[in-house]
Design a binder for this molecule. Structure first.
Ligand SMILES: *Cc1c(COP(=O)(O)O)cnc(C)c1O
Length: 383
């Protein structure tokens, strides 16, 4: 009997790139360990090429990148920041850390991405920024969102943690906002164990972003010979990715096209086999707007009720298969209540749909046989 039938395979497994050991060893031997070495430059060049960003600063996580954006936008106590109710804690926490009051806005029921009309309704004269999340790597409706931002003169920050490689009307996600944040966490398509990047789209922001990344010092001016000594000039933190992890990331990025193709294959296989069963049983599958390309980061199902979602998770577990839930609405959390409020449109979709959502196992090295078993188990299930 196959091992697959007796062991419960992991929900996700980090991708292994062929040259990652070689690059990490080389970085260790080179001795420039703290960051901004040759592997950082190599990885950042790929990130810029994929996203079209003016600058890509590699960070220890996506969370660090969001926190840098909040500092760069001079968010202060009393400011309001509009954030998606359906998102991950750091999307909101990075701005609450600066003292902002969060205003949570709802999602479209089809993509679970934040709605431009709810953003528009949430703008007040204290609003300082708009944050969006490209859920599952499916781009938000950036044209109407950017129109609202332009009308009110507000900067946009894209949480692009799941959307590296996605495009909206042919343009990369992460290139619309003044800043965007990427994640290279082990669960993401390409990774360096834990890492991220701040994308800077306005060249005028690059210098200060580098200061914020380097403990609030102008050390990069010193390295360029622009100043005789470097000093503390601004707010900042220690937010540079170290060179060992940059080496791992550089090796991973060399396999980016292959990673995307393989994830795309798993994603398309789910999407070719599940919708018939889904329609018959009142289950929703991901909706991909025709004018977008997505990163195949995750495949999810929205069951008709929360009980049906729990029953499907149990059903899969009994067959030795792992599926998992995702974010619950942020405004309904202890910190969300403390640091924010719902926008005027309410958050009905973010309150209801995530409680009925499960994510299916998907990673680059997943076995076809395993995916077949997942699909068979799901299509045997009646909510
Ligand atoms: C993964 C993820 C993050 C956090 O990434 P880290 O690199 O772990 O900080 C933030 N936002 C979203 C939407 C994510 O999926």
């Amino acid at each position: 009997m196959s091992e697959l039938l007796t062991e419960r395979p992991p929900f996700t497994e980090p991708h292994v790139a062929p040259r990652q050991w070689e690059y990490v060893r080389d970085a260790l031997e080179n001795g420039k360990l703290d960051g901004n070495g040759p592997y950082t430059k190599q990885a950042a060049a790929v990130v810029r090429r994929v996203t079209g960003a003016a600058e890509a600063l590699l960070t220890p996580s996506c969370t660090h990148a969001l926190e840098m954006a909040a500092i760069a936008l001079d968010i202060e106590p009393g400011d309001e920041v509009i954030v998606p109710a359906f998102s991950y804690a750091p999307t909101a926490c990075a701005f609450a850390l600066r003292g902002a009051k969060l205003v949570f806005v709802d999602s479209h029921p089809d993509t679970l991405n934040v709605r431009a009309d709810h953003i528009a309704a949430a703008v007040t004269d204290r609003t300082k920024a708009i944050v969006v999340l490209h859920y599952a790597g499916v781009p938000c409706e950036m044209d109407p969102i950017m129109a609202v931002a332009r009308e009110h003169g507000l900067p946009v920050v894209e949480d692009s943690a799941q959307a590296f490689g996605s495009t909206y009307r042919g343009r990369p996600t992460g290139s619309f906002g003044r800043f965007a944040a990427l994640s290279f966490h082990a669960t993401k398509n390409v990774h360096c164990a834990k890492g991220g990047a701040l994308l800077v789209n306005d060249p005028a922001d690059i210098d200060r972003a580098k200061i914020i990344q380097d403990r609030g010092t102008d050390r990069h001016h010193y390295f360029q010979g622009l100043v005789k000594e470097y000093q503390w000039v601004d707010l900042g933190s220690s937010s540079m990715l170290n060179e060992l992890l940059a080496a791992l990331l550089a090796a991973q990025l060399e396999t980016f096209d292959e990673v995307q193709a393989r994830r795309g294959h798993w994603w398309n296989t789910y999407d070719a086999t599940l919708p018939g069963w889904a329609r018959d049983n009142g289950v929703a599958t991901p909706y991909i707007p025709a004018h977008t390309n997505h990163s195949a980061h995750l495949y999810y199902l929205v069951l008709p009720t929360e009980d049906a979602k729990d029953a499907l998770l149990d059903h899969l577990a009994r067959r030795g298969l792992t599926a998992t839930i995702h974010y619950l609405a942020l405004h309904d959390t202890p910190a969300g209540r403390r640091f924010g409020r719902r926008g005027p449109g309410g958050c009905a979709v973010a309150e209801a749909l995530p409680r009925r959502l499960i994510r299916l196992p998907m990673h680059v090295g997943m076995a076809a046989d395993y995916q077949r078993r997942v699909i068979e188990a799901i299509t045997d299930f009646r909510p």
